[in-house]
Every structure is written in structure tokens, then in C-alpha cells.
Design a protein around this ligand. Structure first.
Ligand code: ZN
Length: 155
């Protein structure tokens, strides 16, 4: 990654230094990984590798590849966690550097913690060790799904 495309004071840019053990995949444009502070088991972040702000800051190559990366990461997380729903969320308020939060929502998550309210689990269910234990399986599922013609998956 060209360091000049990163901002020193940006949390998402700082993730370029993530431990390899946290990373599900990286390509020249995108990284999928476990992120400190969002380390609930089954939660991952898909982020642009350069400092591009919000979806309107993405270039054509990033836009063209985002959908496929998001699809494959959601599919891998869903497969490994067995969650009945996996959310793909983009806010861009606290961290404008474009990223999407992928959150597996399991059966035990109560009604008042579903949809947007799932973010309350960021502190309530933080478990960095359990979150990290999922990474190798999600990585393997991602690698298989990203290279497959399994789509569209059955509902
Ligand atoms: Zn950034």
C-alpha cells in the first residue's frame, strides 16, 4: 500500500498495521479483518485500503469490486457462524474512511438488540479471544467462496 494514500490520524488507515492473525483477506483495494474495539465474535470490517471517505469517495475500481468482496465476506461469516442473519452496515460517521461492518446475528440475540441496535453488543458481547478464534475458519470459507461459482446461494 502506498503510504501517501493513508492518513496518520485515521483509525481505519491504522489498520494497515493489523496483525496477520486478524486478517481474513487482503487484495490491493480491500481488506477484511477483525478490528479492535469491534471484537464481538462474528463481527468483521471490510475497509478500503486507501483513505477514501464514504462511498462517494470510492473510485471506479473500488466501486466495481466492493459488491463482490462484501458478498463473499458476508457469505463466509454466515457459513462459519451459522447465523440466521448477517448484517452489512455502513455509517461513515465516527470513521469516515469507507468501511462496512459485517455482523453475524445469532439466534440468542434478543429482539431489542437486532437491526441497528446490534451495535449495543459492541461492548456487551466483546470477546477478543473468541472473535479471533473464528478468523482461520472464516479465512478458509472466504477463500473457497471467493473462487467459486456457488452464487447465488440458496435463500
Ligand atoms: Zn483512513
Amino acid at each position: 500500500m502506498n503510504p501517501s494514500s493513508l492518513h496518520a490520524d485515521c483509525f481505519m488507515c491504522g489498520l494497515e498495521q493489523s496483525e496477520e492473525t486478524a486478517v481474513v483477506f487482503q487484495d490491493p483495494l480491500w481488506s477484511g479483518e477483525l478490528v479492535p474495539g469491534y471484537d464481538v465474535p462474528g463481527w468483521f470490517v471490510l475497509r478500503a485500503r486507501r483513505h477514501a471517505e464514504r462511498i462517494t469517495g470510492l473510485d471506479d475500481a473500488e466501486l466495481a469490486s466492493f459488491g463482490r468482496r462484501a458478498r463473499d465476506l458476508v457469505a463466509a461469516v454466515t457459513e462459519v457462524t451459522g447465523a440466521p442473519a448477517t448484517y452489512l452496515m455502513v455509517f461513515g460517521e465516527n470513521h469516515p474512511h469507507f468501511h462496512a461492518l459485517v455482523t453475524a446475528r445469532d439466534e440468542q440475540v434478543p429482539a431489542d438488540r437486532r437491526s441497528g441496535d446490534i451495535l449495543r453488543l459492541r461492548t456487551e458481547r466483546a470477546d477478543p479471544e473468541a472473535a479471533a478464534r473464528l478468523v482461520p475458519a472464516v479465512r478458509r470459507a472466504y477463500e473457497r467462496l471467493a473462487g467459486s461459482d456457488a452464487y447465488p446461494l440458496p435463500a
